[in-house]
Design a protein around this ligand. Structure first.
Ligand code: GLA
Length: 732
């Protein structure tokens, strides 16, 4: 890994063993991009990769009309001089000017990586990465800009963020401040996004890139279930195991935009950052603004490889603290078992059965506080309900601990019900625009987390509940989208900051809680998987993947989620049947065979299972205890997509290639079915692997494939709807 500055040609080359990122100071002083892709040998000059020619109707620079930024690749494009494509930022000066020209001033290269103030970001030790700060100056606005890059040593990853500093005496306004731009030299790519809605999150959608703009966004306050802040562009022939792909992931949990602008001269511009439509940030003298980070990853070996890069990065350089790289506890959550209808005895009874089954952590979900008997009341009143918890959280935690289980509970700190003491005391703490009746979402309003006093108040309430009780885990929920965003009592000039400040408030509360209680494992949640993003993962190492716990649907949702996020982060539980959301019944084995490719737990009353099922649960937990570390931190491969066929499969291989587990799921049976074979991945070609009584070489299994049906098959998938099996491979 290295970052080289070629003084003579004014070119930077960031490279490691797999990737190169090359940029330069253009003839007009602004930063241009020359190359991003597979590693190329370093040399002094790559200028031939830029474009110099005169074209009619293309604005050329005053000093030389054969140079136009529009025809070249830009690092962080503004709008309005010679680049008229989609811009990455916009600064409004006091005189109304919105055209900028940031010229190179200086740069610093250093080992490691700096943290971003108040924002989540990936981190790195001195030997893990190198970073570069390029400082630019715009005379029109009297603003400096620092473009920050980090390249990792062993991962095909470059991270980027931008800092603006107002150096002048006059106010400037940032109307747009995206985080990163990748300008590619051709447009022969497909765009891939992960879209959905509540209970059907992160479905991969692929479309061809054509001339024009493709974009996804969230203006819902959170990253949203509708679009995920993660995209891939790939060559049309790229599949899971071969071909080029570039990913961009946003380390942020609020409004975002991600877009591809394919112009008419062959340039493909990728941009990602905070959504400008809900953003306006004034900067006074010496004030700074730092954008969140974008993680750009590259693969020349298909999308699986790209996903594995993100998985490795997040497990090693995003998740922090005591839960980094730790196998996740097997938990039992009472939500689908009781909803809000419980008392201490009922909870202890459910937990007792959990202990008998081998569960390690009991989670008390929604309903323990204020007057919370349904979802019309109580949010905001983070005080134990004495009828349900007569001995408080402390007392219940003690009882659960005495059973031999860890204990955790649910919160939704960003919200308030109109029917709550908090709202009655502080109605102005909820977002509402004067003169407009605020929208309700699940009968609740959103608290104005852009205000420190609100965040601090909620922190104090939660602190009292947690402190002294033995709390091992917290599930932090967020069950509505933001609307009517207006912060009471602040100057009108600052209303455009509120969406972003809200997200910073959420991060602040997380930081305070984690600092006070570093041992607690946080699981983020937002009506299931509506805030599943890399920003959240910095604070909460795992996230509830979806409120849809139907085994069959979960294959799809977890499959889609795996493109961007590691198994260690994917909250996956076995719930009761018929499934609460879909009404579908799939076997307890199927449900567990899906959930074990995640953080694993149960979301039902185990007392309601018959003896046979309960025995299966015990076996599942025993298996998961043995396999979870390998499953959560091994190499994950998608093999057959449930979006493309009725048979789905994925597998995990241990880092030493000694062990592998393949999950196969028949979504719909086929009478007299075709021959089923799956080509496995990631094995040692020359090693013999045992599958049951039989053994096979790695190359056979990867090239000829694993035979799934017929008499000679090592493992049978039953030919009924929703049958599944786990196939164990052990190296001899
Ligand atoms: C959301 C979560 C669920 C559950 C409920 C509680 O829907 O996704 O898991 O915690 O809230 O109200």
């Amino acid at each position: 890994m290295n970052i080289v500055w070629h003084e003579k040609t004014k070119q930077f080359h960031l490279y490691n063993d797999t990737i190169s990122y090359i940029m330069y100071v253009q003839p007009n002083g602004e930063m241009g991009q020359l190359y991003f892709g597979g590693k190329i040998r370093d040399k002094e000059d790559f200028l031939y990769l830029s474009y110099r020619n005169f074209r009619p109707m293309v604005p050329g620079c005053g000093f030389d009309e054969t140079f136009s930024m529009e025809l070249n690749r830009q690092e962080y494009p503004g709008f309005g001089t010679t680049d008229l494509g989609t811009s990455a930022y916009q600064i409004e000066c006091e005189n109304g000017n919105r055209v900028s020209a940031f010229k190179y001033e200086s740069h610093t290269i250093y080992s490691g990586k700096k943290a971003l103030d108040g924002l989540p970001s990936t981190y790195a030790g001195e030997d893990d990465a190198m970073s570069l700060d390029v400082t630019l100056y715009d005379a029109a606005a009297d603003v400096r800009m620092v473009l920050t890059y980090t390249i990792y040593n062993t991962l095909a990853v470059v991270t980027r963020s931008v800092r603006f500093v107002n150096c002048g005496k006059k106010q400037v306004v940032l109307n747009k401040a995206l985080s990163a731009c990748v300008d590619l030299p051709d447009q022969n790519y497909e765009w891939m996004q992960f879209s959905g809605a509540w209970a059907r999150e992160r479905k991969p959608i692929v479309r061809k890139i054509e001339c024009g703009v493709v974009s996804i966004e969230s203006k819902r306050g959170g990253s949203s279930p509708n679009q995920n802040p993660f995209i891939i562009v790939k060559r049309p022939n790229t599949d899971e195991f071969s071909g080029e792909a570039i990913g961009m992931s946003f380390v942020y949990s609020g409004n975002f935009v991600a877009l591809a602008d394919a112009d008419t001269y062959g340039r493909l511009r990728l941009l990602m950052g905070i959504h400008p439509e809900t953003f306006r940030w004034p900067l006074q003298e010496n004030e700074t603004f730092t954008t969140p980070e974008v993680i750009i990853a590259y693969s020349e070996n298909g999308m699986n490889n790209l996903s594995q890069t993100y998985h490795d990065l997040y497990n090693n350089y995003l998740v922090r603290g005591n839960w980094k790289k730790r196998p996740r506890p097997i938990l039992l959550n009472n939500w689908e078992a009781t909803f809000m209808d419980f008392d201490e005895d009922k909870i202890v009874k459910i937990a007792t059965k959990g202990k008998e089954a081998g569960v390690e952590l009991f989670v008390l979900d929604d309903g323990w506080f204020g007057k919370r008997d349904d979802d019309y009341a109580g949010l905001g009143d983070w005080v134990e309900n004495p009828k349900k918890l007569p001995n408080g959280m402390k007392g219940l935690a003690k009882k659960i601990n005495e059973l031999g289980l860890e204990f955790g509970f649910w919160i939704e700190p960003e919200m308030v019900n109109p029917d709550s003491d908090l709202y009655r005391e502080h109605p102005d703490w909820a977002f509402a625009v004067p003169g407009i009746e605020p929208a309700l979402g699940r009968h609740q309003y959103v608290l104005d987390f852009s205000k420190d006093e609100v965040v601090d108040y909620i922190y104090e309430m939660l602190y009292k509940v947690i402190d002294g009780a033995n709390i091992a885990y917290i599930k932090w929920d967020m069950n509505r989208t933001l609307t009517d965003v207006f912060s009471h009592g602040i100057p009108g000039e600052l209303q455009g900051c509120v969406y972003h400040k809200y997200v910073l408030g959420v991060y602040k509360l997380y930081t305070k809680l984690i600092s006070a209680f570093p041992d607690i494992l946080f699981e983020s949640c937002s009506s299931g998987g509506a805030r599943f993003d890399a920003g959240m993962m910095y604070y909460a190492p795992q996230a509830w993947c979806s409120d849809n716990t139907d085994g069959a649907d979960r294959v799809r949702i977890q499959y889609g989620t795996s493109y961007g996020y590691p198994l260690s982060s994917i909250g996956a539980h076995v719930s009761a049947v018929p499934n609460q959301q879909t009404g579908r019944t799939v076997s307890i084995d199927f449900r567990a065979n899906v959930a074990c490719f995640g953080t694993f737990g149960y979301e039902l009353d185990l007392n309601h299972l018959d003896d046979q099922e309960f025995e299966r649960v015990k076996e599942q937990i025993k298996f998961m205890k043995e396999y979870r570390e390998f499953l959560q931190y091994g190499k994950f491969y998608r093999l057959l997509s449930p979006y493309e066929s009725d048979l789905a499969a994925w597998m995990v291989v241990s880092p030493d290639e000694k062990k592998a587990l393949v999950g196969v799921y028949t979504m719909r049976s086929m009478v007299n079915s075709v021959d089923g074979r799956i080509r496995l991945q990631g094995l040692d070609e020359s090693a013999l692997y045992c599958i049951g009584e039989q053994s096979y070489y790695g190359d056979e299994l990867m090239k000829a494939g694993l035979v799934l049906n017929g008499k000679n098959a090592p493992s049978f998938t039953k030919e009924t709807d929703y049958s599944s099996c786990l196939i164990h491979l052990i190296k001899k």
